[in-house]
Design a protein around this ligand. Structure first.
Ligand code: ADP
Length: 498
């Protein structure tokens, strides 16, 4: 094999540029790749000094270092910013070797250059992007933690270090379990930094006095292609919002309470007038008085609903919890609605197993939830419709379903109907009602530690489902009431859609 032949071929065909200069850096020869990189022809370059490709943008110290190194070791590797013949710039990754003659005098310098302009540009872009992201994360009002798929912390922003009172170095690289332990010193909720569902949120309260309130959110982090990179946790201080909210609810509760007393008296007076207590009532007067009475009833219903909801939201709903038989609660709710059911011509069926364990609930509040759901089912179904109440145990809870054969609910409204005053637009919105019933149901069920949601297909009826904790059997002759027994689920966690 003729090695020289092969080296010559490498010189001719290499993608890296090769340039040979004399001791004064005058170019003696270069390969086609070097000429191409510089934007000159080989003939144009031969006889010129290498500074023909200089841009003036490479810092001076680079050349100083280059010459020092060539002088001392005969070798140098570094980066230069060069200019082509057409004026455009390129970044050269260059290695230079000094070739000496027998007497130790410089005979030649050989440079091998590669164009790394694109790589540099991408690196700079990445660097800028990462600087921007860091600044953005630090500007956020929420604390942010991200864990990779090995559950190690890879992102912690400035706000997070403030919340925890430690530096970033104490967070990055730490396993999630370690940080969870640290957080349990700050927050009362032991489940902080766990994620029982794909996405969700929970309310957190700090241990200090007065406590601060936070909302913790969690969600997977994935690329546009769906590759999961890890999991994100954010912590938002909602202390002020919570206080304002409480004050608002308190205000509404007071106003509604004050409204209810005069309204009740108006209703009483109208009733007396209608009964002829103030003299004979003509048919025309009766008609007007009846309208007034009906509207007074509606107004009182609305005030009661608002009062209920604001009490719950201000945390002032007292639950008198005890073991309650669901079948009995359903029976009495149906009794309360019997006149309405007959008027609406709806069939009712109940499918409740006789051995269903009792739930641990406030009987009045459970009754309110059932009356609301059954009332809606009767209201929104056409005459001849059918409503079914089912109950069974599921995952340590009792699950109650109220299904109807009504018009159904569009999928985009299934979650929103539980908001205050939200009503599905279209025919159902003309059926009367305050739009508060389901919001109250949700507040009551959540206060009990359960979940409530709706499932429906348009045109095929709706099913409203709620869960309540099972009442524990009295633990032998121990004195602890049902509230203190460890099996009772605690409220407070809101996760997924419930
Ligand atoms: P209201 O019944 O007083 O309007 P709710 O909070 O009880 O208020 O219900 C909110 C809305 O949800 C209703 O206006 C209606 O649009 C929809 N909805 C509730 N229950 C049903 C049901 N069984 N079938 C169809 N739509 C329903």
């Amino acid at each position: 094999m003729d090695v020289l032949d092969i080296l010559r071929a490498v010189y001719e065909h290499s993608l890296d540029g090769i340039v040979i200069t004399d001791a004064d850096t005058v170019i003696q020869d270069c390969n086609p790749a070097y000429a191409r990189l510089c934007g000159y022809t080989r003939e144009e370059l031969i006889g010129r000094k290498t500074n023909v490709v200089r841009s003036g943008l490479t810092p001076r110290w680079v050349f100083e270092q280059m010459w020092r190194s060539l002088h001392e070791t005969g070798r140098w590797v570094g980066e230069l910013i060069n200019r082509r013949k057409d004026g455009s710039l390129w970044v050269s990754f260059l290695s230079i070797t000094r070739i000496d003659d027998a007497e130790g005098r410089v005979r030649a310098y050989v440079g091998i250059a590669r164009d790394i302009t694109e790589r540099r540009r991408l690196e700079e872009q990445l660097q800028a992007q990462s600087t921007r992201l860091d600044a953005l994360l630090d500007a956020m009002v929420s604390g942010v933690l991200m864990f990779d798929n090995d559950d190690r912390c890879v992102v912690a922003n400035g706000r997070m270090t403030e919340i925890l009172g430690v530096g970033q170095e104490a967070l990055i690289g730490q396993p999630r379990s370690r940080l969870a332990e640290r957080m349990r010193h700050l927050f009362r909720e032991p489940e902080v930094l766990t994620a029982p569902t794909e996405t969700g949120r929970r309310c957190l309260t700090t241990r200090e006095e007065p406590p601060r309130h936070f909302t913790e959110y969690w969600a997977p982090v994935a690329t546009a292609e769906g590759v999961v990179l890890g999991r994100l946790f954010t912590f938002r201080d909602v202390t002020r919002e919570a206080e304002i909210d409480r004050m608002k609810s308190e205000f509404i509760a007071t106003v509604s309470h004050e409204l209810r007393t005069p309204m009740t008296s108006v209703k009483g007076a109208l009733g007396l007038l209608l009964a002829g207590a103030a003299g004979e009532v003509t048919p025309a007067q009766r008609e007007l008085l009846t309208i007034a009475l009906n509207n007074t009833d509606r107004l009182i219903r609305l005030i009661n609903d608002v009062l209920d909801l604001s009490r719950i939201e201000a945390g002032r709903m007292e639950l008198h919890r005890q073991p309650v038989q669901v079948a009995a609660a359903v029976r009495s709710a149906l009794q309360e609605l019997e006149v309405y059911r007959v008027q609406r011509q709806i069939e009712v069926a109940t499918e409740i197993p006789p051995d269903l364990p009792p739930v641990y609930a406030d009987p009045d509040r459970l009754g309110q939830v059932l009356v609301n759901l059954l009332g809606n089912a009767f209201k929104f179904s056409d005459p001849g419709g059918r409503v079914t109440v089912r109950a069974r145990t599921e995952e340590g809870m009792v699950r109650v379903e109220v299904s109807d054969t009504g018009p159904g609910i569009p999928p985009e409204d299934l979650e929103r109907i539980f908001e205050r005053f939200y009503r599905v637009s279209g025919p159902t919105s003309r059926k009367g009602g305050t739009g508060l019933g389901l919001a109250i149901c949700r507040a009551i069920v959540q206060e009990h530690g359960g979940r409530i949601w709706a499932e429906s297909r348009l045109g095929e009826g709706s099913t409203f489902i709620f869960t309540l904790p099972i009442a524990q059997a009295p633990p032998g002759n121990q004195a602890a009431g049902p509230g203190e027994s460890p099996g009772q689920p605690a409220g407070g966690t809101v996760s997924g859609g419930g």
